[in-house]
Write a protein that binds this ligand. Sequence first.
Ligand code: GLA
Length: 584
Amino acid sequence: MAATAAALALGGLAGPSAAPAAAATTPYPNLTPTPPMGWNNWSYYGCDISEETVLANARALVSSGLAAKGYDTVTTDDCWMTHTRDADGNLVPDPTRFPHGMAYVGEQLHAMGLKFGIYEDAGTATCGGYPGSYGHIKQDADLFAKWKVDYLKLDGCNVPVPTGQSADDVYHKIYGDMSQALLDTGRPIVYSVSAPAYFEGEKDWHHVISWSAEVGNLWREGADVAMESSSARGKWASIKYNYGYNVPLADLQSPGRWNDPDFLLAGQSRITGDEIRSQMSLWSVMAAPLISSTDLTKASPEALDVLGNKDVIAVDQDAKGLQGRIVQQGDGYDVLSKPLANGDRAVALFNSSDEAQTITTTAAKAGLPAGSSYLLKDLWSKRTTQTTGTIAANVPAHATVLYRVHAGTAHRVQPATAITWTRTGGEGASSTWKVALADHGPTGLTGAQLRISAPEGWRLSTSKVSLGKVRPGGSATATITAKGPDAEPGTTVTTLTATARYRAGGAGDGSVSGRASIVTEVPYPSLDAAFNNVGVTNEAAPPAEGNYTTGNFDGGGDSYSAQALAAAGVTPGAKVSKDGVTWT
Ligand code: GLA
């Protein structure tokens, strides 16, 4: 976010002359005992909004059943107003976009059983350049209460910081003043504080979050999630980035006081099913607000199913109200665990890498009480299996397996099993693998058969292997070689799949699948051949606002034309460095 710099640049402007007085000490009431849920236009529509768009999405929330599942707050983000206040200093709704005014939008939402959310900014102007609440805090709070607003997102662009004062103090004072002004209206208005987002990564960041948890109910604390127009790569990088800054903040959260890593992208384009399920899983384990930003009138059944997964929503909305934490981390994966009110744990196996892998942890590491049996409910597949302690799954690239883990046993439940592919030799499209079927449950497996499949054009040493018996806690392995056609220039990912079928005593027939990714990288013979195929993302660096793809010369997402590269002085074979990333 560039906003802090912008705020500091305004340092010379008139503002409070003395050091800001200490902000209100009464904590804001806990108006959201569970993380807020709803819809906001911003990431999908940006400023392209209207009464019609907002109300059509509200109707879709109701007709899709999402409202009944908790998505009840509909927030109109920036750009709903005109560029000037009226003669009395009141904000004026844009007469074209919102011909009946904002109170009318609220009435319509209330008539649908929904809550009315609105956006404003603590500075002199909103991020989009419309009048901010600076100098009008009480007046705007009163107006929102009069319009029967239920939820206020107060952004933090363009906050003037007078010379000699700290930005932390100035933001604290203004956000505290709005907190008091909202209280004074007597209307319960959920207060979303964006201040920490303007301090992300700075020394005051945690301090700003700590006072945000006193003046408000939730806070944005980092970069915006990608917009609908972003590239596929940009969207996934942005989900990982926002997860990355949010996940270490569990200490600064408490029940009713929520870290907000920004909107859910389910329903948007250029994002896969695994990616949206990952975001929904991670946000829920982090007890994040679940705020969809998409066109719900056109969202696919898959996207609506992801948003509407009741078991996953229950993890997010759990009454204990605690953000989950990382309990184990490795190369390209994180394991998170969230304590739940009934003593269960939600355990997420998050594969952040670009290749399938088997992620393995234990009930003890996930914080479950010592015991000899645990039930694992996979909250996406809905299958329940039983383990004696190992929690493992083969997880596709960018996917998350989310279990609800319960200490205990049940009859006739399949044992928890997992497939692991380990590459033991070969190179490029020619590889040798050890494929293991492990039994983590209390019951042994008999008659285990392994079937291997590969895409057309690939040759396997065998596609069917008999593994026989696997004892509880044991495993059986097969060796497979796979050979593919000569790889095309660029990066190619090929997936091999192993599916094991077996009988597990009284629990009957069971099965499990696991994938391996074969990644080949073949250089392009010439710049012309690389047309539309050269791209680099530096996921280690904070994405600059609106551009998550470094090295993006032509502004076209993942598309780099030979002409654009040539215009930037690139010749075939040359080394190019941009934003800390170097490629040939
Ligand atoms: C900031 C916020 C976004 C959105 C825009 C509106 O960037 O972080 O969520 O509200 O402003 O201009």
